[in-house]
Structure formats: C-alpha cells, structure tokens
Write a protein that binds this ligand. Structure first.
Ligand SMILES: Cc1cc2nc3c(=O)[nH]c(=O)nc-3n(C[C@H](O)[C@H](O)[C@H](O)COP(=O)(O)O)c2cc1C
Length: 352
C-alpha cells in the first residue's frame, strides 16, 4: 500500500549502533495495540522504525504461544525490527533477546518505563529505576548475548526522590553499552497524567553521548517536527497520535522533506481501514472482531460528529456490517481541520 512518497534515507538519517533508520519518526510501543497489522500500516506509511509492544522475557523463554505471537512480523516489510523486552531476570532477558534476534529482531529495547501496577509489583518496567544494580546486570547480559544494538526506554524517575533519575543512570547506560535511550518525560508515578516535559529530553540530549529519542504527547505532524527540531532529540516516537491514522508517518515525512502536509482523502481513509481489518483477520482469526471494533472507532476520531456511529459500531461484531457502517460514517461526516484533529488527539490520549 503506497502513499507515493519517495522514502530514500535522508542526509540526517539516525543511527542506533550499526542500524540506520531511514528517518527519525518512530511508532512507539503500545501494549495491546501495536500488533503486527498496526506496525505494518505504520511502516508502509513510512515510519523510520516500529517497535513491538513490551514482551515478557520470561514468557518468551518458555515459548508461551501468545507471547511468541507478539513477535509476528514480515522481514520484507518491517526492517529494521525492534523488539521490546521487559522483566528483571538477566538470564531470561538475555535468552529472550537471543530468541528475538533469531526471529528477526534488529534492535532489542529494554523496558524501564512501564508504570502499570502489575508490572511494577513484580519489580519489572519502571520499578527497575529503583534498582540500578539489576539494570547493570541486565544490560551486561544483553550486550553479551546478542550482536544487535541494545536500547532502553524509560521515564525520568520512578517518583520524586525515589530511586535513580535518568540523569544519574546515564553513565550506567552508556558504560554498559546501550546504543540509544528513549525518554517519556513523565515520572512513572504520574502514569499518563499531566504533560510530557520535553525540557527533560533537551537536558538529557545535551548530556548524552548516545542518541536520545523523545516520546510524549505528539498529536500532529507539525508537533512531531517541532519536537524533533527544538529539543535535541535524534528521533521522536509517536504513540497514541498514530491510532487510527497510520498515514501520520506519511504526513510528517512529507512535511519534513517538502514542507507540505498532504490531505488524506475519504477514499484513502476507507481503504486504509479496510486493509487494517483484513490484516487483523489474517493475523488474529476469530479474535479479530473485538480488536477491530476498537480499531474502527479510532478511524472515526478525525471525523466531526461521529458519536452515533461509535454507538452503533459498539454493538456490531460482523466485519461486513462494521465496514458498511464505516463507509456510511465516512460519507456522512466531515474531516476535522488540522487544529480540530490535534484537539481530538489530545482528548483521545485520555482514552487509551
Ligand atoms: C495503551 C498504552 C500502552 C503502552 N505500552 C507501552 C509498552 O508496551 N512499552 C513502552 O515502552 N511504552 C508503552 N507505552 C508508552 C508509549 O510508548 C509512549 O511512550 C507514551 O504513550 C507517550 O507517547 P504518546 O503521547 O505519543 O502516546 C504505552 C502507552 C499507552 C498509552
């Protein structure tokens, strides 16, 4: 599925260890959402990198079937391919990284930022920010287990005056061989509340000898470019802002390369949603309709007054009826202006 854009690597291409990204716009990992169909559409729209949702290292070592499914990909499309692991057992994480590389991973990212209660309760994700010796052991094991670059994705700290800050951990990350750091600048204790503090990304980028990737609250292509330009980040991640609009990457690339934001026609919106549906069925089989309902809702968020559609869609499980509803909705509702879309994305952030 092409957007007709020349995606040749630019002169300012980003390198993560030995891996070069064609551009600095990355699809963020979103647990339960950035499955293979979503990543594929983002990649086809031009994303410089796509990352799996967080994958339990221990479950992967035990070859849990649902966990293996999270690594579904197609190397002809998803290159480079980044697998994010979480856990706290250095041996499991090293073994999981080896398995992920065997399955095609070009980069392994370590989750040090997830604030979810059940993750933190096990000492995983952001809880590791309170345990730097374990981070050292994990990174030490990871860089020796695989040849691909190891990156970390983190928060500035767990909570005020609790554990280590990302600034204190920077020498550890660098000494242990991390190739890049993604910072989502909200404390883990803040979850997703308030605003991402991009000044912290700027401060970290200033101090860091390795690339810093900024993540947080990018809701429009113009914002993505503004954040990339003004805060010293080598690349930026787009998460919630790409839900239901994988063409976000096409638009931001066009803006970056040619200073224009192409309109996405109703026909293109519909064909993308249809393709998303088809890919979900191919990937998930009988479980697809439940995911699809959520996904098709995303595609209406840039339309004015689509509330009635969402109510009807929430009752519908048959694919053909779902798509017919979407066609009707696209035909009846105007697309929001760029400003209105940014506001809708802003509201959508609270409905993850
Ligand atoms: C539903 C949801 C799931 C997420 N899952 C992950 C994850 O698996 N791994 C991770 O590192 N970050 C995860 N994040 C954080 C995002 O990658 C990103 O850093 C954060 O949402 C801020 O970016 P955004 O405003 O562009 O969404 C998740 C966020 C949300 C909202």
């Amino acid at each position: 599925m092409s957007y007709g854009l020349n995606e040749a690597p630019s002169a300012t291409a980003v390198t993560i260890g030995a891996v070069t990204l064609a551009n600095p716009f990355i699809l963020a990992p979103l647990a339960g959402l950035t499955n293979w169909p979503f990543r594929r559409l983002a990649k086809e729209a031009g994303a410089g990198l796509t990352v799996t949702e967080m994958v339990s290292a221990t479950a992967l070592v035990f070859k849990n079937r649902a966990t293996l499914k999270l690594l579904e990909t197609d190397p002809a499309v998803e290159k480079p391919f980044c697998v994010q692991l979480f856990g706290k057992n250095p041996d499991h994480i090293a073994e999981a990284a080896r398995l992920a590389v065997d399955l095609g991973a070009d980069i392994i990212d370590l989750n040090l930022g997830c604030p979810a209660r059940k993750v933190v309760a096990n000492g995983h994700g952001a809880a590791l920010l309170k345990d730097p010796p374990t981070i050292t052991k994990i990174l030490h094991a990871l860089v020796r287990a695989v040849k691909v670059p190891i990156t970390v994705k983190t928060r500035p700290a767990f909570a005020p005056k609790t554990g280590a800050t990302v600034f204190e951990l920077l020498p550890l990350f660098v000494d242990e061989g991390a190739a890049a750091i993604t910072l989502h600048p909200r404390l883990a204790s803040e979850g997703f509340s308030g605003e991402a503090d991009w000044q912290q990304i700027a401060r970290l980028a200033e101090k860091s000898p390795i690339p810093i990737i900024g993540s947080g609250d990018i809701t429009s292509p113009a914002q993505a470019l503004e954040k990339l330009t003004n805060y010293g980040a080598a690349a930026v991640m787009i998460g919630r802002g790409a839900k239901g609009q994988p063409w976000f990457f096409h638009q931001v690339l066009a803006l970056w390369q040619r200073k224009i934001i192409p309109e996405i026609s109703l026909t293109k919106r519909l064909s993308t949603a249809e393709r998303h549906a088809k890919l979900l069925f191919e990937s998930m089989g009988p479980k697809a309709p439940f995911m699809l309902r959520k996904v098709l809702m995303w595609y209406t968020k840039t339309l004015r007054g689509a509330v009635d559609f969402r109510a009807r869609l929430s009752q519908e499980t048959n694919l053909e009826n779902q798509l017919a509803l979407l066609v009707e909705c696209l035909a009846r509702h105007e697309i929001l202006t760029a400003n209105e879309q940014a506001e809708a994305n802003e509201e959508n952030k609270t409905r993850t």
